[in-house]
Design a protein around this ligand. Sequence first.
Ligand SMILES: [Zn+2]
Length: 189
Amino acid sequence: MGIRDNTASAMQSSDLEDDSRFTTDINRIAALGKAGKLGRYLWHWKYGKDGACAAPALNVLVRRAAKRLKIREVGEQGRIEYAILRRACIQMLHEWMSPHCRKCNGAKEMIGERGILVQCDACQGSGVRNYPDEERIDALKIERKLYEAKWSRHLRDILSMITAEDIEVALIANTQIHDDEAKVVAQAA
Ligand SMILES: [Zn+2]
């Protein structure tokens, strides 16, 4: 596994998804300024709990996804497709914000009938929610056929755009946190 894969799986683990550890720190991470626009909005929104960053994050994401997926808001058909794209981006931001299994809440296990912990059967112990196709189809307001032919793939692309930004900022932030810790250790010595 490369460093990106490692970070990706780390980001999905429940330890790092415990957003509280970022909440107090995020505004101290000056290096966040070195990150891209979308990554900064995403981080301030998710880990900094700054709801005002949701709309700008969505707008930047829609513009980038349109470019990537070659969707142009031109003509009747283009406008319809662009509206679907916007709903697709909203859905993927929602899934990225709320990745946890709804039954165990990301804990991966539940207290069974005999009072001992058992693996959560809703997520098979992954702690991650598998968003059902029906929910996505409803959110996008499209026919299943169109979803299967095109949008399920587009959704994956959009989610990987979000995840890539998230990871990039994590790498930048980690570097600074390490540097800061090194400084603290040096000062204490
Ligand atoms: Zn679960």
